[in-house]
Design a protein around this ligand. Structure first.
Ligand code: NDP
Length: 316
């Protein structure tokens, strides 16, 4: 199974899957810059995968998405178009040689849903209005990944599929203060405060509710989907348990042995939307999956962070 984005947070979680039955070829941008179609085709030619789990993307936080919105659109459109188009050509060569077509599973994100949407998020709403203005370049490129997947499934009768995770966290995340997501940002800030004695200042009042899924769970679910899911309709796969940001911060404080009461909440800054629940009932009807608890996932992530500090992406 060829994993594009294999050096990233989700891709590297495939190293933690316990299986004798599969070999994962983890591809980084150094191995193949997928903005280049020749590189994408060459990767398939070299590895001859039976399946492709397409994770590679230009990913970032709010700041990066806003300041470099055109690059987020261009890079992701190019990466996705090249991977799917080259995989289609590769699949046609396999069929001509009497082999089954390659299966392709691509990752979308709950942040591509419309800004004005009915909760919980259901996949039939993905294209029902503009995404949040802060990430429209990334979001429209991801939406086209859904469109491209469906078009190939329809025209070429291939069971290509997409999955929609919510906030993912885990080992090998990006811990940059400027470009990280909420969990790595909290771990970084709290650990820095422990080392330096400087206070932790967090935006808002911490009451916003969010869903979080541990990266190894996502890797296991994607492997299951490649083998068991054939519907071109995307499927929400994230853990639907909601946690307020305050509780996430408190868990991380407990794990890192830092006093939670020392955190300062800057309530002049926005708290964010109160909640953004997603509906994963279709997945849970098909698979009795037991998600890793938030505490257990955070503990593994923090232990990894401490063991690797400061040689951690976004720190040094
Ligand atoms: P990371 O930023 O950790 O990893 C991104 C991966 O994409 C890296 O392997 C990177 O390679 C690769 N990549 C980037 N640009 C290129 C390129 N031009 N050519 C080839 N490879 C490239 O991202 P995550 O692991 O967090 O995300 C994986 C997927 O999950 C993405 O599709 C993302 O949209 C999706 N997702 C992530 C969520 C999250 O909370 N993190 C939430 C929902 C969806 P290199 O290391 O060489 O730079």
């Amino acid at each position: 199974i060829l994993i594009t984005g294999g050096s990233g947070m989700v891709g590297s979680a495939f190293n933690r899957i316990n299986t004798q039955d599969h070999f994962f070829a983890l591809l980084s941008s150094q191995d193949a810059d997928l903005r280049n179609s020749y590189a994408a085709g060459a990767a398939m030619h070299d590895w001859e995968p039976d399946a492709i789990i397409h994770l590679a993307a230009k990913v970032g936080g709010v700041k990066g998405n806003m300041e470099r919105v055109a690059e987020f659109f261009e890079d992701n459109i190019l990466i996705n178009t090249n991977v799917l188009k080259e995989a289609r050509h590769y699949s046609e060569r396999r069929i001509a040689a009497g082999k089954p077509p390659v299966k392709v599973l691509s990752l979308l994100s709950t942040c591509i849903y419309p800004d004005d949407v009915q909760y919980p998020l259901t996949t039939d709403q993905i294209h029902n209005g503009p995404p949040h203005p802060s990430n429209f370049g990334y979001a429209y490129a991801k939406r086209m990944l859904d469109v491209h997947t469906r078009a190939i499934a329809q025209q070429f009768d291939m069971h290509w599929i997409t999955a929609v995770p919510n906030n993912i966290f885990g080992e090998n995340d990006n811990f940059s203060l400027e470009h990280s997501h909420v969990v790595p940002a909290l771990i970084r800030k709290i650990y820095d405060a422990k080392l330096t004695g400087n206070p932790v200042i967090l935006w808002g009042d911490g009451t916003a509710l969010r869903e979080f899924t541990y990266s190894t769970d996502i890797a296991n679910i994607l492997l299951w989907m490649v083998q068991n899911y054939n519907d071109p309709e995307p499927m929400n796969i994230g853990n639907h348990v909601q946690h307020c940001i305050k509780d996430v911060a408190e868990l991380i404080c407990n794990i890192l042995d830092y006093p939670y009461d020392a955190i300062l909440w800057d309530t002049d800054q926005p708290t964010g939307q109160l909640k953004k629940p997603s509906d994963n009932s279709k997945f849970l009807q098909m698979n009795d999956f037991k998600y890793t608890t938030l505490y257990d996932g955070l503990k593994k992530t923090c232990d990894w962070y401490i063991a690797n500090y400061p040689r951690v992406r976004g720190v040094s």
